[in-house]
Every structure is written in structure tokens, then in C-alpha cells.
Design a protein around this ligand. Sequence first.
Ligand code: CU
Length: 121
Amino acid sequence: MRLFLVLLVSLLTMVGCAKNEPVAETKKSADEPLKQYSLKGEITRLDAENKIATIKHEQIGDWMGAMTMEFPVKDAADFAKLREGKHIQATVNVQGLNYWVANVQDAVEHAAEHPSEPAKK
Ligand SMILES: [Cu+2]
């Protein structure tokens, strides 16, 4: 009986350890649902080595207000479309704490608004 208890305790300990493996940190963002927002802004700086664009952007849905910040651009073809001073529209993918820009296009003139876009909360 005592042997059984010892085995049970060590088994439980192992299970406990397995649960606490450091997978949690990387898993967190990947498990989050992917959200997509449309972005409009002007490229103010490009870091070709790290494929990071600094974009002075307008309000991005309910994600963030207008500001200038750096965005990773994962796709090389998208990054190749970027020029400093250029106005673009694109999609911002947001997943947990990660975000990146995709679907880069030349900005459409200001007349085109987004009346069909529902207010998401
Ligand atoms: Cu921002």
C-alpha cells in the first residue's frame, strides 16, 4: 500500500511538472484568435534588414488610435511595395501580442470611406 502511495505521488508530481512546461509563453499568442483591421497611413521609415516599416497611421478600428509606430511586414512582396513617404492601405493582422502588416496597396483617395464597415466591439 505504501509503495502504491509513493508511486501515485511521484506520478502526480510528474504530471504537475509536465503542465508547467514553458510552452505557455509561445503558445499564448498563437492560441489567440486572429483579428484583422484595415490600416491607412504614410510610410515614414523602412528597415529592410528586419522588414519593419514605420507607419504614421490613422485610427485602426478599435485596436488603436492614430500614431506613428513600427510594424513588421512578414511578406517580402508586400515589403517591396513600400517606399518612404508613400501612402498605403493595408491589413493589420493582430494575434495576441503579435501584429504584422499584410495586403499592402497604394492608398485610395480620401473620398473612399468605409460606410459598410460595422462597428465591432
Ligand atoms: Cu499604432
